[in-house]
Ligand binder design. Structure first.
Ligand code: PXL
Length: 279
């Protein structure tokens, strides 16, 4: 079995980060390991939160893993609450990867033109360095703008979004998969510069009403699982777009849906089936 390490926070309530990556990766048939960078009572969209930062505890975990000789087939980073954790991800990529280990980085630091609460320009500068070393970078449109130092706009055209993806690809060595890519009036999905194929492409689903937390984390987890299981980049992006839009559709159908996340749990059987069909 492939073994994947997901490095991000654990939000006790609110579907995001490890709370999504672990079930998604397990459903995809990979061994899901976690390195929680912080524990939050709930994700930062809640008004009242308390958090325990784990930065000081992480070097001890790495030492223990090193003594055990643990290695991973993919190491994927998401929301990192402290700059020191960015150095730690580099250390993990360098010392804990099996041969051809995939290095994935979701520069989870903002959305809708704003940085998440608690982040500043120095955090952005540190993430800018990290993405240079990744094989696959998975930003949303806001994060691409932050990484490029370009102003964000609510209504970029398709051509402008394509330009943003290619501009980021020019600055790094890996592939770029940008979520929140809009095609025409009604399509929403992801645009990719695939480094191996030296090609730009996009997949879109139906644009659905509303704004949903944690969809970027779901998307990253599906791409990670698909790539580590040997799917091509285009298959991985297509599967992640479809899983995310199915999760939003299920949420829309549910009159009791939570405001703080999607009903992705109801789409896990579909994801499992998609993976088994190819085995
Ligand atoms: O989904 C991104 C994310 C991850 N982790 C925490 C967050 C957010 C987005 O708000 O608050 C703690």
């Amino acid at each position: 079995m492939k073994r994947v390490l997901s490095v991000q926070d654990l939000s006790c309530v609110g579907k995001c980060s490890l709370g999504e990556a672990l079930p998604v990766l397990s459903a995809m048939g990979v061994e899901a390991c976690a390195l929680p960078t912080a524990v939050l009572s709930a994700h930062t969209a809640f008004s009242n939160i308390t958090r325990v930062d784990l930065t000081d505890r992480l070097p001890g975990v790495l030492s223990a893993w090193s003594a055990e000789g643990l290695q991973f087939d993919a190491i994927s980073s998401g929301y990192l609450g402290a700059k020191e954790q960015i150095l730690l991800v580099r250390d993990l990529w360098e010392h804990f990867g099996r041969k051809n280990c995939l290095r994935l980085c979701d520069p989870a630091m903002g959305d809708a033109g704003e940085l998440y609460r608690g982040f500043d320009a120095s955090h952005v500068a540190a993430v800018r360095e990290l993405v240079k070393e990744a094989d696959v970078v998975l930003p949303n449109v806001t994060e691409v703008c932050l990484l490029l130092g370009e102003p964000w706009r609510e209504n970029f055209t398709e051509e402008q979004e394509q330009h943003l993806v290619l501009a980021l690809a020019d600055k790094i060595r890996g592939s770029v998969i940008m979520t929140g890519y809009r095609q025409g009036e009604s399509g929403l999905g992801a645009a990719c510069y695939d480094r191996q194929e030296n090609r730009f492409y996009a997949f879109c689903g139906r644009q659905l009403p509303g704004c949903y937390y944690g969809t970027g984390d779901l998307f990253s987890a599906v791409v990670t699982g698909a790539l580590v299981q040997g799917r091509s980049m285009s298959e991985a992006v297509r599967l992640a777009v479809e899983f995310t839009s199915r999760s939003i559709e299920k949420t829309l159908e549910d009159p009791e849906a939570r405001w703080y996340g999607t009903d992705f749990e109801r789409v896990l059987p579909w994801l499992c089936q998609q993976m088994q069909e190819r085995d």
